[in-house]
Design a protein around this ligand. Sequence first.
Ligand SMILES: Cc1ncc(COP(=O)(O)O)c(C=O)c1O
Length: 509
Amino acid sequence: MIDTGRNAALAGRPEGLEQLRTLLDTALGALGDAALKRGGPLPAGGPDAAVAAVREAMGGGKFLADEPSAQRVTDLFEAYATWAADLTHPSAVARMQCAPTAASAAAELLAAVLNQSLHSWESGPFALELERQLIKEMASWVGFGDEASGTLTPGGSISNLMGLLLSRDHALKDVDSTGPGSGEVSRAGLAGRRIRPRILCSAAAHFSIARAAGFLGLGRDAVVTVPVDDRGRMLADEARRILGGFAPDEVPVALVATAGTTDHGSFDPLPELAALAAEYRIWLHVDAAYGIGALFSPTLAPLLDGLAQADSVAFDLHKFGWTPASSSVLLVRDQRHMDCLDQQAVYLNPSDDEAAGFTALLGTSLQTTRRSDAFKIAASLLTVGREGMGAWVDACHERARYAATRIAAIDGLDLVAEPLLSTVIFRCRPADATPVEDESAWNAAIRRKLMAEGRALLARTKITGPNGRPQVHLKLVFLNPTTTEEEIDGLLTDITAAARELAESEKVL
Ligand SMILES: Cc1ncc(COP(=O)(O)O)c(C=O)c1O
């Protein structure tokens, strides 16, 4: 008999639940202490200190321990909590990475203990049905009807990949039907089709679109970039011009609209693009990974007008949604388009079991074993509610607007434009007394200095500056509705102080 009780009980067993209670106390204690130890959104020290912190937490020992010990787990918990980027800190404004609700975090723990899966009925009957019903409700959020379907995925990039996978099989199914590679692409492949597939997306679309084109065998070169306006919005007339100019062998597979671009948070003109897609009979995929937040806010919701005309929609609740990653969604207007994912495995979902109602979700996903993300999403939605979600999105939008107003007023900071959703793009401008040689390098260094000192976590991007050339800019992403205006003032003070310190210490970078 193996004695696992002392260090390593199985979580769901009675002795495991006892251990879990003790470990949870330790974990919650570590979380409480971490903020004090950090003193900011991250401990100071930068990459070298992070390397040292892991070495120290591991005590020089191996992961696959020769002498298993509960103490080492406690040490690991403490170090992990201390060295985490604190997403609840008002100066953690780098990434589209939200602090999750307590309810969704508790659901994650419960989900981990129970470790359900969605690939066969007996792997998690409740979890399966929960996802089915959640997908139905989410479909109604975006205006899809009863024939809609979808799935939860590990992230916006994968939701985009799946949307484009479905569009590829839909668009190319009957194309070149005399060629050796005719029929469904998932079955017959692309070889032998005498065509050049094309995906249209804007110059501001997320990089996952081009990567998906590569993964799907269409090739990154299949992506045709449509020009955008100065806020990164696709120019529908340009999309029309490009479509009208395709050679006979250039086959449009999908038109990809972005609802909430990564930098400006801008929305492509969905009604115009939907009309264009309908006219050319092209699949319209909407990447609303970030912009879905607008849906919850009565004031911002009009930004998503036209969404219901999409063939597929990707969105993330681990951005606006306040659930832990992964909480991403792919919705499809017509469930028949998911047929190309269909999979019958004799050992998982045999047809007689399925006919008797023991159905699984193997055939809606790229994965086999798949965790239940619907559970924590449900926990979050039930506790925050529709009005609460809207109020939180509005609060983040307001914080961005406040930050923009302050940035515009502060000498030494240049605001690029008014925020559209919850991002603010700006750059630091050197004072006349302390000129810097390379303003891009200086702005990038300001961000690194703040990160290394653990004072603030900012994002960066490159956009055309006043000199007409691409320049490094800084970006704030507001996803924390509890951040106050005073805290934003403090953050901006830290940024201007770091900018001055760097300019003065180096004089000329
Ligand atoms: C517009 C857009 N689409 C897709 C993604 C990718 O999402 P994920 O990081 O969940 O894969 C992002 C990430 O920021 C995004 O901004």
